[in-house]
Design a binder for this molecule. Structure first.
Ligand code: SF4
Length: 491
């Protein structure tokens, strides 16, 4: 996971790139809630601010006014390599021997150990324990006339999932790995330098600008474009480098052929339902997954009920296809974050009771079909079923709009240990028993593809079928904390 955003504005537009990047990042908060940060260039130097916590607490109105410049990148973190400590927050910044660069990274590298051996001939030290810190150090040290040339030298050695926003003194660079595991799109803010009539408007400055007046942005999801008033231009292609410079049209350089394998979980669950991916509205895609699910695993119940918020589109589709009324029976407390995103098992375990409350009048005496988009560890679903039974539900049938997760993910989702995945150790019937449901049904891979109306080979389905597009070459169980040692010895 993680959310990345970048803004390159025309010089003298009267709008600070930091404000645009922070605003764009707000639309990506669901992608990571452990830390947030911002790096800005004023054309001479790079400035960085980052901290642990939600975006609103890190990038607030007291701090943003101190960032000046036409180029900015921003990041919110969900950890898949390294602990949740200040040092591991992003963007990372390295003032290297050859160049100064800052990076925001969504994804997870799979040859981190090998790359560590390349850092200053294996003698390099890192100030943090993330693969992103390592990538930043390598890029700052890589030969090349500029950052793009250095990337062309470095990226062929880097393996795994990476959607990057990179900042140097003069430009922003967007990069997507050859598989395109994580999304990244380009947007254009037309005439960013134009005065805005409404007082307090985002672009509230009337300074005239010579030359091109469009601003350019990069965002993990299209929702980031919407919030800053940018038009969707296109996805950054897998294997592509996109260069944004103030007052210029974007340039594109290819560093590898595209072998697309977008994480299908982005479409099922992670990305916001109001985002678009692969030309698909994710709300519509999820609604259609619910319709397919109703065909594959019908239920004879009084009500169809979503697990809020992410199960709602699939539940709506299930209700539509089955003809059974849709009702909301669980209310989410919106200010406690998403269960799966919280990093520790203890927090996950506590999370659900903090977050969901049943509507007793709706569920009492009713046979319910509860629709959700995934079961990872099973504890959340178990607690939801228990909650509904305590509230008086007569029957609770669970339907999941994704296949069972049998295999860990090494490309940016924190499910790296098979033992934590309930489907890796239990049959569907055993899972049903564990969660305490009257019946349980999962949508098939075929059903997901039918809903998306796209071919299998466009996606990564590895956590469902074990076919990893990029092999993982070493001991996987310890991967998340692979780089902790340099932090421990830093003194
Ligand atoms: S393994 Fe699963 S979660 Fe990871 S990238 Fe592939 S589909 Fe997505």
């Amino acid at each position: 996971m993680c959310g990345v955003f970048a803004a390159a504005l025309p010089r003298g537009s009267g709008t600070e790139a930091a404000n645009v990047a922070a605003l764009g990042l707000f639309a990506l908060q669901h992608r990571g809630q452990e830390s947030a940060g911002l790096a800005v260039s004023d054309g001479r130097e790079l400035f960085l601010y980052k901290d642990l916590g939600m975006i609103s607490s890190v990038l607030d109105e007291r701090r943003l006014p101190s960032f000046h410049g036409d180029l900015a990148i921003a990041h919110c973190r969900y950890s898949t390599t390294g602990s949740t400590i200040w040092e591991n927050a992003q963007p990372t910044l390295r003032l290297g021997p050859r160049r100064a660069v800052a990076i925001g990274h969504n994804g997870n590298l799979v040859n981190t150990r090998e790359l560590l051996g390349q850092l200053q001939g294996g003698r390099g030290r890192l100030p943090a324990s993330t693969d992103t810190e390592l990538l930043t150090a390598l890029l700052a040290d890589e030969p090349g006339a500029d950052t793009v040339e250095a990337l062309l030298g470095l990226l062929p050695r880097v393996r795994g999932a990476y959607s990057l926003v990179i900042l140097d003194k003069d430009r922003i660079i967007g990069v997507r790995d050859p598989f395109g595991f994580r999304p990244l799109c380009i947007g254009r803010i037309p005439d960013v330098a134009a005065p805005v009539a409404a007082p307090g408007g985002l672009w509230g400055d009337d300074a005239p600008v010579d030359g091109p007046r469009d601003g350019w942005v990069l965002s993990s999801e299209t929702t980031g474009l919407d919030i800053v008033g940018a038009e969707y231009v296109r996805e950054v292609e897998p294997g592509e480098i996109v260069i944004l410079q103030p007052g210029r049209e974007p340039r594109s350089v290819r560093f590898a052929p595209a072998t697309p394998a977008l994480c299908v979980f982005e479409l099922i669950y992670f990305a916001r339902p109001d985002s678009y991916l692969e030309g698909r509205s994710l709300y519509e895609a999820r609604r259609r997954m619910g319709m397919e699910l109703a065909r594959e695993f019908p239920a004879d119940t009084d009500l169809i009920m979503p697990v809020p918020d992410t199960g709602a589109p699939a539940a709506a589709g299930f209700a539509e296809a089955s003809g059974i009324p849709f009702r909301e029976g669980l209310v989410r407390n919106r200010y406690t974050g998403r269960t799966f995103i919280q990093p520790s098992q203890t927090l996950r375990h506590r999370g659900v009771t903090l977050k969901l409350n049943p509507l007793r009048e709706v569920v009492r005496g009713k046979r319910l079909t509860v629709v959700d988009d995934s079961i990872v560890r099973g504890t959340t679903t178990q607690q939801i079923v228990a909650l509904l039974r305590r509230a008086g539900a007569a029957e609770v049938h669970v339907r999941i709009s994704a296949p069972p997760i049998y295999h860990p993910c090494f490309y940016g989702i924190d499910t790296q240990v098979s033992a934590e995945l309930i489907a890796a150790t239990k049959s569907v019937e055993e899972i049903r028993e564990f969660i305490g449901a009257d019946s349980l049904g999962y949508l098939s891979i075929k059903g997901v593809l039918a809903a998306l109306d796209l071919p299998y080979d466009r996606f990564c389905f590895a956590c469902f079928d074990g076919r990893y597009p990029e092999p993982v070459p070493y001991d996987v169980e310890r991967r998340k904390f692979l780089l902790e040692e340099p932090v421990a010895t830093r003194g």
